[in-house]
Design a protein around this ligand. Structure first.
Ligand SMILES: C[S@@+](CC[C@H](N)C(=O)[O-])C[C@H]1O[C@@H](n2cnc3c(N)ncnc32)[C@H](O)[C@@H]1O
Length: 192
């Protein structure tokens, strides 16, 4: 599946306000930079809302049916009364299994640690945008990653959220930039 083919569906999920086409393209490029051929892969998304970015990740996984993977989605869905229902409806059209942790990323941490193999290949962070929330996600989920893991951050360099870039830069210093379009920034933890 190509990005344009996946975008044909994702463009109808959520809104441009949450993720533009160019930002989604960077997310796709980040997933393409993972190495699914090598063993089991765990993928984690923090912050799904209506499932716009999630729908892209899941469509990318559609092509990986032969791979051994687990997808974990984390969101407390507290921003509106029917957000989770709409998200699940949007994702129900994509034949990819996932584990939903309906709680904050901090509360999901122990569960994710129990369930995952440790071989996290891809992490997307678009949850709590407050400085302390983002720092907690970086401390809990980014600092323990294995070499080669790809991490996508949304709202990096966004003028309305100036604290995001310095926090991300602190936790990913020296990492390889694999994609960067508008405010979607994707890096890979170096080997060695
Ligand atoms: C900007 S939206 C995510 C947009 C989504 N990635 C998309 O492509 O449309 C942020 C989401 O993060 C969730 N969120 C807020 N705090 C969170 C936390 N501590 N852990 C996990 N998710 C959180 C919110 O419920 C909200 O749905």
């Amino acid at each position: 599946m190509t990005f344009e083919e996946a975008y044909a569906y994702t463009s109808h999920v959520g809104s441009m306000g949450s993720y533009t086409k160019e930002q989604l393209r960077a997310l796709w490029e980040g997933m393409e930079a993972t190495n699914p051929a090598f063993g089991h892969m765990d993928l984690i998304e923090i912050g799904c809302e209506y499932g716009r970015s999630t729908s892209l990740i899941m469509q990318w996984l559609c092509d990986k049916a032969q791979s051994d993977y687990s997808l974990y989605l984390i969101d407390p869905f507290t921003t509106g009364h029917d957000v989770m229902e709409r998200c699940m409806r949007n994702l129900s059209h994509i034949p990819v299994p996932f584990v939903l942790c309906k709680c904050s990323s901090a509360d999901a941490y122990w569960m994710i640690n129990k369930l995952t193999t440790g071989n996290r290949k891809f992490l997307h962070i678009d949850g709590d945008h407050e400085p302390d929330g983002l720092k907690a996600d970086c401390r809990l989920y980014v600092s323990e990653l294995w070499s080669g893991c790809v991490v996508a951050f949304h709202d990096y360099g966004c003028p309305g959220l100036p604290h995001i870039k310095p926090i991300v830069d602190t936790y990913t210093k020296g990492w390889e930039v694999v994609a960067h379009r508008e405010c979607c920034y994707v890096v890979r933890k170096p080997y060695g």
